[in-house]
Write a protein of this length. Structure first.
Length: 305
């Protein structure tokens, strides 16, 4: 921002320029004049001109009005990078019409055709997901020993890569910095090791791109237990913070579980570890791995164990 006499001029940023280009291109494709778009969106022509030139400090409400007037989703205007190819736009719109079951089948078909990894290879990379306290580290170590595979904890790999503890990563680099390291470390493990058992962080599933990479490259197992047992195990690990306000901590834990349940449920199999010993859970886990066919409707090959 700079002052020119009494007028304040706002220098356009790259995101605003990109947004302005998208609005102008969408308007042109639809054969709309700026006046027509201003009328249909209730945004003044003057303000619309500023937006299209990359100098409009646009609000969410204005963005939604423009998207509605242009007949396109808001995220299409906010897409980062160059204009997406029309094939991608058409494919996304086609997928929007599918039911949840059809979307799952479509994803499996796309993975089979373009995933770059056959399902037998995917089954040699086992990833454990779930909240802290579900038993990922304990069961993961035991499972890796039994299968004679290397065992990795993604959070520890992130700390080794950065030279910082997780708390310091969040403090110095923020959520986005941590997510970038998380994706990098996952890519390294997948690229270097044809087989492994991997314990992931509980919140990895909330990062869509990273979780999709995990699902398509690894055989995923959701280790689940009751909120009460989650809490007991966390405290047993030496984290006494829940004891400060156990009622609020339990409420937060249940809320997180509820929010993530649909994501965790995308795992290939689920194992409830509540009320059982490590050896009992390990035995059940190995049995489930032996019995579970490859989750790809295009093949019936059994998982080799």
């Amino acid at each position: 921002m700079r002052r020119s006499g009494t007028q304040i001029q706002v220098s356009s940023s790259t995101p605003l320029r990109s947004l302005g280009d998208r609005v102008r291109q969408a308007r042109a494709r639809r054969g709309m004049t700026r006046k027509q778009l201003a009328r249909d969106s209730s945004v003044s022509e003057r303000y619309l001109a500023q937006i299209e030139s990359g100098n409009g400090n646009i609000s969410i409400l204005v963005l939604r009005r423009l998207a509605k007037a242009l007949g396109m989703p808001v995220d299409a205007l906010l897409f980062e990078g160059p204009e997406p190819p029309v094939e991608l736009t058409h494919t996304v719109e086609f997928l929007r019409r599918l039911s949840v079951d059809d979307l799952q089948r479509a994803r499996q078909m796309l993975l089979h055709e373009f995933g770059g990894m056959d399902q037998a290879a995917r089954h040699q990379r086992i990833a454990l997901i779930g909240l802290r306290g579900a038993g990922k580290s304990t069961l993961g170590t035991a499972l890796a020993d039994r299968l004679e595979m290397p065992f990795f904890e993604l959070d520890r790999l992130i700390e080794q890569e950065s030279g910082l503890t997780l708390s310091l990563i969040f403090e110095f680099r923020g959520q986005s910095g941590f997510r970038k390291l998380e994706r990098q470390c996952l890519e390294v493990v997948i690229g270097r090791h044809p087989c492994f058992v991997l314990a992931t962080g509980g919140s990895l599933v909330s990062e869509a791109g990273t979780f999709e990479r995990l699902l398509s490259s690894c055989f995923t197992i959701w280790l689940k237990t009751s909120p009460e047992e989650h809490m007991q195990r966390v405290i047993a690990q030496g984290d006494m913070r829940p004891m400060c306000d156990i009622r609020d901590a339990m409420s937060d834990l249940k809320r997180i579980l509820a929010e993530r349940e649909a994501l965790y449920a995308k795992a290939d199999i689920q194992i409830n570890t509540a009320g059982r010993t490590v050896e009992e859970n390990l035995r059940r886990l190995i049995q489930a791995l032996r019995k579970t066919p490859i989750r790809d409707s295009l093949t019936s090959t059994a998982v080799p164990r």
